[in-house]
Design a protein around this ligand. Structure first.
Ligand code: CP3
Length: 344
């Protein structure tokens, strides 16, 4: 069988039609997701139930035939596996026990012990490996250390990552120790996902954009570089997608500096600019605004075509610039796919 389209794009091949998948493609905009989530009880029970997590991963593949499936899990399972308490408040988001003192850090588990908690996730990967269509690529993922640390330090999502920036200013040794533990844990976690059958892994640094100047290099770029180098040493040839969201001009050279095979772009960067400045180094992924999945219509079609056109001279994986939101209309997802594949 011919090699999967996503893997070809990640090797730098320019395809006539870009392969497509969508961040948060398994999610609350789909009625079938809501039904399975209700069956599981709550979000974390769904993540840790391999049969149901595999089921929701497969739902958008059945409905739309995306070129990739992304493992259903969450970036906050790693801090939980390191010993932090984690729960989700409906309508508000995640809550964690905070880490702002050395004594709280000292109570965390070593990175080598995360697998006990995370083994159901590896089981989900194994099920998906068996059940996915032959042409569909399976993507594993983790949060990047900085982004995960912002939740661990604040105990919740924050608009400006203030508590993490404050700890960085007040107790840099502790801040760096947290990042170090997360870096080691991420290597362990992704390595086991790859052993279980993930064919690509993606590193989500959703809050990379709030790191400026030297901080960006030390806390977004350097950990990504280390994680990627270690994964490629353990699993030669494993492709990695890095997503330093809202990195702006720091997207330039990020793939080369970190060893990533592909950089995922958010929708704050213009596709023409990204083609000239980022795609010159290799594959890019992105970057339609997820709001089009709510509003649809002519604007969706026009912008989808513009993105496909702008990236048509280099390797490209079509995606949104960030996750699809629960208020999205499933019909608009179909319209986006039809437009990319030339049917609309
Ligand atoms: O993309 C996928 O379909 C794969 C699964 C996936 C989820 N979260 C499932 C999820 C992935 C890759 C993530 C990544 C993630 N999780 C990130 C990085 C990407 C990004 O969006 O910036 C972050 C920051 C998180 C942490 C997280 N998880 C938050 C802040 C929330 C609450 C916000 C919300 O939308 O409610 C979650 C919950 C979450 N993770 C949901 C899903 C489908 C919604 C949970 C539900 O069903 O109620």
């Amino acid at each position: 069988m011919a090699e999967k389209t996503i893997l070809r794009a990640l090797k730098g091949e320019v395809l006539p039609t870009p392969p497509i998948w969508m961040m948060r493609q398994a999610g609350r905009y789909l009625p079938e997701y809501k039904a399975t989530r209700a069956q599981a009880g709550d979000f974390l029970s769904l993540c840790y139930n391999p049969d149901l997590a595999a089921e929701v991963t497969l739902q958008p593949i059945r409905r739309y035939g995306f070129d990739a499936a992304i493992l259903f899990a969450d970036i906050l399972l790693l801090p939980q596996a390191l010993g932090a308490d984690l729960w989700f408040v409906t309508g508000e988001g995640p809550r964690l026990s905070t880490i702002t003192q050395q004594s709280e850090f000292d109570a965390l588990k070593p990175a080598s012990e995360v697998h006990e908690t995370l083994s159901p996730i590896y089981e989900t990967v194994k099920i998906l490996k068996r059940e996915l269509p032959a042409e569909t690529t399976l993507i594993g993922f983790a949060g990047a250390p900085w982004t995960v640390a912002t939740y661990m330090i604040a105990g919740r999502g924050t608009k400006d990552q203030g508590p993490a920036h404050a700890l960085k200013a007040e107790n840099r040794a502790l801040f760096e120790a947290i990042l170090e533990r997360l870096t080691e844990g991420t290597i362990e976690y992704l390595s086991k996902q790859i052993e279980a059958g993930a064919e690509v892994v993606k590193l989500f640094d959703s809050w990379a954009g709030s790191l400026k100047g030297e901080d960006f290099d030390r806390y977004a770029l350097a950990p990504a570089k280390r994680i990627i180098a270690e994964l490629k040493a353990r699993h030669p040839g494993i492709p990695v997608i890095a997503f330093p969201r809202e990195a702006g001009e720091k997207y330039v050279g990020f793939a080369k500096a970190t060893g990533a095979d592909c950089v995922a772009l958010d929708n704050s960067v213009a596709p023409e600019w990204a083609a000239a400045n980022v795609q010159v180094d290799g594959c890019v992924q992105g970057n339609l605004a997820s709001s089009h999945m709510v509003t649809g219509g002519e604007a969706l079609v026009r912008e989808t075509r513009e993105i496909v056109q702008a990236f048509s001279k280099g390797p490209h994986i079509f995606n949104l610039g960030h996750g699809i939101t629960p208020d999205a209309d499933p019909e608009n997802v179909q319209l986006m796919i039809d437009t990319v594949r030339g049917g609309a």
